[in-house]
Structures are given as structure tokens and as C-alpha cells.
Write a protein that binds this ligand. Structure first.
Ligand code: SF4
Length: 250
């Protein structure tokens, strides 16, 4: 079975393919908790602290996930959103936890064969084996920085990241930053320290503001913007937050 928290059709709101019509497949389960992002969510009278996707990351929410038993149902569901060309985005949670699941690999293969771009949004801290199918995917590595609240050895695994750089069709980095860590230069230090341990292949580096409201995004952007110019990093907005706030399904 393949646990899926939600599937929806929207415009990609972040990163290098921002604005592209995409079907998002949000897989359930994550190896991290990212309490440092400080988002509070309630579920069945309990309060949870974590990221804005905690309903997909934390298995306490699994009662509201759907468990797909075969790839045919999943493929039909994805196709049901649009007759046109769209990207398929595997997100989570941490999608790489499910790469060995045949329901997922058959689904990926189906859309690759029909020339859809299949993208993965990963925290790049889970080791997995690269099979032939995975080599065709576009990876966005949202490696977690200290603002995630996760211990360094759990969130940064250079050997896992290098394996992805060496094998995936395309790899970009997307670091979520806040104003405070930009002001005290922590962002630059942490990113440069990580990049110095990697053998890059011209991979683009995006900085993206932390935040679930437009106000929060704007405050963080003011500090991120000069760092992008100074370091030659790209900037990624969060379009869906500007339009829909932290509503799910966009
Ligand atoms: S890695 Fe991503 S999905 Fe998992 S807890 Fe952190 S921000 Fe949430």
C-alpha cells in the first residue's frame, strides 16, 4: 500500500518550475519533524508542532490519509485532474521513503513514458537506491538548515546528497530561510559549509522565505534578497502562500 496524504492540481508555487500546471502527490510519512519551523496544528484534540506539511509528515495524521493498493487507481486519480500536459510533483512528507514501493515506481514510469516531467521534493537525508526510473527525475533538494530545529547529523548527509547529484536527471537546491539567520550570516555559513563537502554539477541554489502568511514572506524576503545578489543564489517565492495563505490543496 502507498500512503498518500493528498493529491491536488495547482500551479507550482515554488522553485525553478514556478507557475507550471502540476498534479501534486503528497506522500505520507517523514524521517524528520522540523519543530523549529514552529507551525502549530490541531488534530483530534491534540496539538502538534512542526512544519506546514505536518499533516503529511506525522503518522498521527494517517487516519486521514488514503492508502492506494495499486498503481492503476493512483494513475487514474492523477489523470483525472487534466487532459493537458502537466508536471507530476512527488512531495510529502519525504517521498524518497517510498521509492521502493512498486505502486509508486509503476506510476512514475507511466507518466515518464507519456513525457510528463516528474519532479521530487526531498529533504535529501534518506539513503535510497537509484534505479533506472529514478534517474529520469527532477530533484529539488530542500536540505534543512538549523532553523528546522533538527540536529545537524540527522538533517545533513552529504553522501546522500552527492548520490542524488550524481544520478538524478536534474538537481537544484532550495533552502528555506528566515530573516534572523540572514542577518547573523548563518544562512551563508551553513550553505557554504554544506556545498564545500559536495562535488556540484552546476546545480542552481534557491533561497526561499520561511512563512505561511504574505507578511511573514515579505519580512524574510527583505533579508534574503541581498544575500542572493551577493552570493549568486536564485530566489524562490511561495506563490501559493501569497494567493491562498496556508490553505491545503493549492
Ligand atoms: S522534512 Fe519537510 S515534510 Fe518532513 S518535517 Fe521537515 S519540512 Fe516537514
Amino acid at each position: 500500500m502507498l500512503p498518500i496524504s493528498e493529491i491536488f492540481y495547482s500551479l507550482q508555487g515554488e522553485g525553478e518550475f514556478i507557475g507550471t500546471p502540476s498534479v501534486f502527490v503528497r506522500l505520507g510519512g517523514c524521517n524528520l519533524t522540523c519543530r523549529g519551523f514552529g507551525i502549530k496544528s490541531r488534530f483530534k484534540d491534540r496539538e502538534f508542532l512542526g512544519c506546514d506539511s505536518i499533516y503529511a509528515a506525522n503518522s498521527a495524521f494517517s487516519k486521514e490519509w488514503q492508502f492506494y493498493e495499486n498503481s492503476t487507481d493512483l494513475i487514474e486519480k492523477i489523470k483525472s485532474f487534466s487532459q493537458t500536459k502537466f508536471d507530476v510533483i512527488l512531495t510529502g512528507g519525504e517521498p524518497s521513503l517510498h521509492f521502493k514501493n512498486p505502486i509508486l515506481s509503476q506510476t512514475i514510469k507511466y507518466f515518464l513514458q507519456r513525457e510528463h516531467r516528474v519532479c521530487v521534493e526531498s529533504n535529501a537525508s534518506v539513503k535510497f537506491k537509484f534505479d533506472e526510473v529514478l534517474k529520469h527525475l527532477y530533484f529539488t533538494l530542500s536540505v534543512k538548515l538549523s532553523n528546522s530545529g533538527e540536529p545537524l547529523e540527522k538533517r545533513i548527509k552529504p553522501y546522500v546528497i552527492q548520490e542524488i547529484i550524481d544520478n538524478a536527471y536534474s538537481v537544484v537546491f532550495k533552502f528555506v530561510c528566515n530573516a534572523q539567520m540572514c542577518r547573523n550570516k548563518k544562512v551563508i555559513e551553513e550553505i557554504k559549509d554544506l556545498l564545500s563537502k559536495l562535488s556540484l554539477k552546476g546545480n542552481k541554489i534557491f533561497l526561499m522565505p520561511q512563512g505561511t502568511t504574505e507578511k511573514e514572506l515579505n519580512e524574510n524576503i527583505k533579508e534574503i534578497y541581498p544575500i542572493c545578489l551577493q552570493e549568486g543564489f536564485c530566489f524562490s517565492d511561495r506563490l501559493h502562500i501569497r494567493i491562498w495563505g496556508d490553505k491545503r490543496g493549492f
